[in-house]
Design a protein around this ligand. Structure first.
Ligand SMILES: [Zn+2]
Length: 442
């Protein structure tokens, strides 16, 4: 099907979703790089229809049995494909909202049931018309060389309609973790041999699955999801690191947080959410194997990060915890979830909101990641290559066996006899079995 044909079909595209009546008390907008989300807060569920009209491009949203109880005039439309929002009573009962568009969009709509933070919501996602300000700056990759950058995908948790945990004095997890993630990304990008990308660059929501999909699309060597959560009791404090567990959580906190983080899709909004993991059904032996391998790496990198964070923060748990976080479920990419502290703890929350501490925390995570990659760099990367160069510069060693002669060892390693003697501080050619010689780089 050609693109044009699809747009024509779109003009007659329409959707109806089951629901009932009430008032629209608020409208929010969340521009994201690939779509713009409009959220209508409803006092009760309302039946809706969405359809597109062309020349000029418009999107019509009809809500039956609804009335408007908010001013849509102060909705910020910058960075969105919407030029203007109008509304009118269609008849005594029904409300019509018209979006005048800058360009045609592909709409997707769904309703969300009430949760802790919101009541009934109608969500309209507009695809294809987003005006993106940010252009991706990627470091030049040395072509024809086997020295690619290590790619770390940093995932700031929550966003948009999902604020994450809420702390005292209006501190929101989604803001804190975005700030820390940006610092971390900048540090990684500055380091030779590293490159970093964010899953979320602003205040909008990305479904959990899409976060792992982005990491795969970017060919990430590692995914780091950054959070700062709340716990039932305000006393809970300290940083922690989580890796995926296929069976059971290692602690009650881990289980509790995993449930909470996985709720994100219900709060931030994904059409129909099933929390059970369909991949588990499809998982075969192969998936199991790669999962085990990446889980081992996840635990190892998690350990480095945890120890590094331990230098600047109290630790909630002294070892990497494991739980069934959806955002960690990439079978092939090592992934960790970093809890930078408890936003529900007044002291930690006060610290986490300052730029100074956010930077300090990013630095600690950065050091941990670097420690891990220095130890086990992915093959083919600049970091692996420079590690090898270092080792070669330091020179190899050789343990003397019966019958060895210095001149023969020198010839075998393509160094001069003189260099070999000097390098080892030898006055004569006498050797003893078991003696270790340093071989200079030839
Ligand atoms: Zn979180």
């Amino acid at each position: 099907m050609t693109r044009w044909y699809r747009w024509i079909l779109l003009a007659v595209w329409f959707v109806a979703a089951p629901a009932l009546a009430g008032s629209v008390s608020n409208v929010r907008i969340w521009p994201a790089p690939d779509h713009t989300r409009l959220v209508f807060d409803l006092s009760s569920p309302a039946e809706h229809k969405v359809f597109a009209l062309s020349s000029p491009d418009r999107l019509v949203i009809d809500l039956s049995g609804a009335e408007l109880n908010t001013d849509m005039g102060n909705i910020k439309l910058d960075d969105s494909p919407i030029r203007r929002i109008r509304s009118a009573k269609r008849n005594q009962n029904d409300l019509r909202v018209v979006l005048d568009l800058k360009q045609s969009v592909k709409p997707k709509s769904f309703v969300l049931k009430p949760n802790d933070q919101y009541g009934h919501r109608l969500v309209i996602d507009l695809y294809g018309g987003t005006v993106s300000k940010t252009s991706e700056v990627t470091k030049s990759v040395e072509e024809n060389s086997q020295r690619r950058d290590i790619l770390v995908v940093v995932d700031p948790g929550h966003g948009g309609d999902d604020p994450g945990a809420l702390g005292p004095r209006g501190v929101r997890e989604k803001d804190v973790v975005l700030a820390i993630s940006r610092e971390l990304q900048a540090m990684l990008n500055q380091k030779k041999g590293y490159n970093s990308r964010l899953t979320r660059k602003g205040d909008y929501f990305i479904p959990l699955r899409q976060r792992t999909n982005l990491a795969r699309e970017y060919n990430a060597d590692l995914m780091v999801s950054v959070h700062a959560d709340a716990f039932k009791s305000p006393q809970a404090s300290g940083a922690s690191v989580y890796a995926l567990s296929k069976r059971g959580a290692t602690s009650e906190t881990a289980r509790w947080l995993a449930t909470k983080e996985n709720m994100s899709d219900l709060i931030g909004g994904v059409g129909s959410v099933s929390l059970d993991d369909k991949d588990d059904v499809l998982a075969g032996v192969l998936l199991d194997l790669s999962m085990t391998a990446s889980l081992k790496s996840s635990l190892s990198v998690g350990d480095h990060v945890l120890r590094s964070m331990g230098r600047i923060s109290k630790l909630h748990k002294k070892r990497v915890e494991q739980a069934g976080f959806v955002v960690l479920k990439s079978p092939d990419i090592p992934s960790i979830l970093v809890e930078t502290g408890f936003i529900s703890n007044p002291v930690e929350s006060g610290r986490l909101r300052t730029q100074k501490y956010q930077r300090k925390m990013a630095q600690a995570i950065y050091k941990g990641l670097q420690g891990y990659f220095d130890e086990s760099p992915p093959p083919g990367t600049y970091v692996a290559w420079s590690k090898l160069q270092n080792r070669m510069a330091q020179g190899a060693t050789y343990k003397i066996e019966r019958g060895d002669t210095l001149s023969e060892i020198a010839a075998r390693n393509r160094v001069s006899l003189n260099d070999l003697m000097q390098h080892n501080g030898l006055k004569n050619e006498q050797l003893r079995i078991g003696q270790v010689l340093k071989i200079p780089a030839s």
